[in-house]
Design a protein around this ligand. Structure first.
Ligand SMILES: [Zn+2]
Length: 593
């Protein structure tokens, strides 16, 4: 691989005269220069440094920090399951090999190489895999390691983990905290993911849970107790990101109610992000205010009692988020077209199988979690899909404070990340939304509020949704999502002139977002108008939580005792450093909590 070797960045570059959008530093389209030295943003370069620096003239263009995706499915067993299930996917999108790049193929579930190239081409430099089953951590890291161009990290699935359920049921919070800290380090993962808490375990018995207070089979714990427990552990440990929640009953008519009730559970839990890191300069307080991160909110906001009276209930979620400060969400937008639905929520996928008859797969990950995969196509002619399209956009357009929201498609569940540019165009252009209303089912207008929304987002808003707030939410704003002094030298330059931007020209806007003029990573130009021009080594982030030793040994003795129920030997459980490209621990001080 070409590049700077250690992934720490040796690039020195000056980006001159661009219109800069850097919300973490409250810079809103100011014409200014950005300087990067040895891979990090600096205030200026000396005359002699300028002589050696690469210079980009960004006159008339938009400059933002590199894109950060906080929820995407790009690596691991279920992603690979998706690739295997649909060979036809590889005919639909591919890239030829060049002297620098591998070839790659796949539209909804691209190969690892293509994932890196395509994200980079769009201006993204950091992407988080949203679900890592502990037992699949080695596999997930092997794939993440092979994804070029982008820094990565993964969230550990814990909402139906036997140890967690047992410790929480027995009120052993210290042991649960020691376990999570040890698990993060053992599997080199970044945050807590909770999928259909208490329900996925029931799915092992062909059941689910239908309410927050239903005790699950064998463990006798409720989803309310799991959510509360994991949120509390998250803050006692001082983790970078709030607990990452995929609510119960996802994808079922009426599920907005359980979503709203779930969001209330951590309302009294105080956020406590306690990172021992070097912070880049930011004007906005980089610390997170939220104690829960609701993911793919669209899929959790269904109204109605059946598909016959299905409607958007995003208003209920939006109103709650507007009046509280402890929730952040990503949207899970549905941009129409082909998708591959994949989730740790096995029963949700089974419901979709029952509905569509499409091929599906289902996996039980012993003692830990499970997953399901199913190819799916969202059609403009379909009433439900059309409402879902409107819902994803409503969620982003109607929350008053953009800093509570993040743009995703829950790739590849709502649609492929390749459609992000289209979502941005819809957010920025009422004309674009009206054009789609004209093409899709009338329910989109009749059963959502989107038709009445005249908000057109600015480039500043887009920079919050795709960079500043994603980085802040996952606790990486000390180096990502910002162009403050000390931040990583990750920059996107779009060929969009904010002075002549016309929302009615949304097709060109989407084209410009799809192919960054330049993507700069660690101060090095890595892609240029869709062509990959350098492949620096990437990093893998995980959290290294510093907990008191007391209790850790007893916890480990208990874990080893229960390993008799695993089909794997304890010694093979951890993921060694060698599985990661440039392992980059984020130090967390639980003891000062
Ligand atoms: Zn997801």
């Amino acid at each position: 691989m070409a590049g700077n070797g250690n992934g720490n960045g040796t690039g020195t570059i000056a980006i001159k005269n661009g219109y800069v959008f850097d919300p973490l530093n409250e810079i809103d389209g100011e014409m200014m220069d950005v300087f990067i030295k040895n891979g990090k943003v600096v205030r200026e370069l000396t005359d002699s440094e300028m002589k050696d620096a690469k210079v980009i003239d960004a006159k008339g263009m938009t400059v933002m920090p590199g894109g950060v995706d906080s929820h995407s499915h790009i690596a691991g067993a279920k992603v690979n399951g998706g690739r295997m299930m649909r060979p036809e996917d590889s005919y639909k999108w591919n890239r030829k090999k060049t002297s620098l790049t591998h070839s790659g193929s796949g539209y909804t579930v691209p190969s690892v190489y293509l994932e890196g190239y395509e994200y980079s081409q769009m201006g993204y430099t950091t992407v988080f895999e949203a679900a890592v089953p502990p037992l699949e951590a080695r596999h997930t890291h092997e794939e993440m390691r092979s994804i070029p161009m982008i820094d990565t990290g993964g969230y550990l699935v814990l909402g139906n983990n036997w140890f967690i359920m047992r410790y929480l049921r027995d009120g052993e919070m210290d042991r649960a905290c020691a376990y999570v800290a040890w698990m993060m380090k053992t599997h080199k993962t970044y945050g807590i993911k909770c999928v259909n808490p208490a329900g996925v375990e029931n799915w092992g018995w062909a059941e689910n849970v239908g309410s927050l207070d239903e005790a699950n089979i064998h463990f006798g714990i409720t989803s309310r107790e799991v959510i509360e427990g994991l949120c509390e552990i998250n803050e006692r440990l001082g983790l970078p990101m709030a607990m990452h929640l995929h609510c119960n009953n996802l994808g079922q008519p009426g599920c907005y109610e359980i979503t709203k009730d779930s969001l209330k559970i951590p309302s009294q839990i105080r956020p406590n992000q306690n990172l021992d890191v070097e912070w880049a300069e930011t004007k906005v307080d980089p610390a997170r205010q939220e104690s829960v991160y609701l993911t793919h909110a669209q899929f959790n906001s269904f109204g109605g009692t059946s598909w016959g009276d299905f409607e958007s209930k995003t208003k209920e979620i939006i109103d709650y988020v507007n009046k509280t400060d402890h929730v952040v969400f990503d949207s899970g937008c549905v941009p129409f077209g082909e998708a591959t639905v994949m989730t740790g929520d096995g029963p949700a996928i089974h419901n979709l199988y029952a509905l569509t008859g499409n091929k599906w797969s289902n996996t039980d990950v012993e003692l830990e979690c499970g997953s399901g995969v199913l190819p799916f196509t969202y059609l403009k002619s379909n009433a439900i899909h059309s409402v879902q399209w409107a819902m994803g956009l409503e969620l982003l357009l109607l929350v008053n404070d953009t800093w509570k929201t993040i743009m995703t498609t829950d790739h590849p569940n709502g649609g492929t990340f390749l459609k992000y540019p289209l979502v941005m165009a819809w957010l920025m252009s009422q004309a674009a939304r009206n054009a789609t209303f004209d093409e899709c089912h009338a329910w989109a207008r009749d059963r959502s509020d989107l038709g009445a929304v005249d908000r057109e987002m600015s480039l500043y808003d887009i920079a919050i949704l795709t960079r500043a707030n994603t980085a802040r939410t996952v606790g990486l704003s000390h180096r990502k999502g910002s162009l403050g002094v000390g931040a990583d030298g990750d920059v996107t330059i779009y060929n969009i002139d904010p002075k002549s931007l016309n929302p009615r020209d949304y097709e060109n806007l989407a084209k410009s977002f799809a192919q960054a003029e330049y993507t700069v990573k660690d101060g090095e130009i890595v892609s240029r108008r869709g062509e990959i021009v350098a492949i620096p080594e990437k990093r893998t982030y995980y959290v290294d939580v510093n907990v008191k030793d007391a209790g850790t040994n007893e916890m480990l003795a208990d874990v080893k005792e229960w390993f008799k129920y695993y089909t794997l030997g304890f010694a093979h459980y951890p993921t060694p450093d060698s599985y990661l490209m440039n392992p980059t621990p984020i130090a967390v001080n639980a003891e000062e909590a």
